[in-house]
Design a protein around this ligand. Sequence first.
Ligand code: ZN
Length: 145
Amino acid sequence: MDKITCSAFERGRCVLGTLPYGKDFVKTIEDFCVQESIQTGVFSVIGAVMSVTLGSYDQNQQVYVTYNKEEPLEIVHCTGNISLKDGRVAVHAHAVLADINGQTIGGHIFSETSIYAGEIYIQELLGKPLKREYDDTTGLSLWKL
Ligand code: ZN
């Protein structure tokens, strides 16, 4: 692949919401999307978490390396997307988080991330649902466009 592969989507609903205290970040967004029949979309979140599980993809080993932080952290920036993986709604989110001193960490957000508070903006996208499929080159589950 030597160029961008793409598809066009129509804008659906623009949704603003608050994330519930103490619930899992990824699962909460996925459950909301299932409930609202959102299969494709993009989102951003600001807020705070009580704990987080972040990871980075080890490109040599082709595995995610994760770590957990059990401390209050501010969600400085979080962006993500919604698509289908194995027929189910899958949230893909990355975030930069800051501790009480403003020191930041960042990465791919995994489950076992506990919401303190959050404000989410979701842009639903309409059209043929966006699906993920295993990619031999990277070992990742990437968009099939
Ligand atoms: Zn990621």
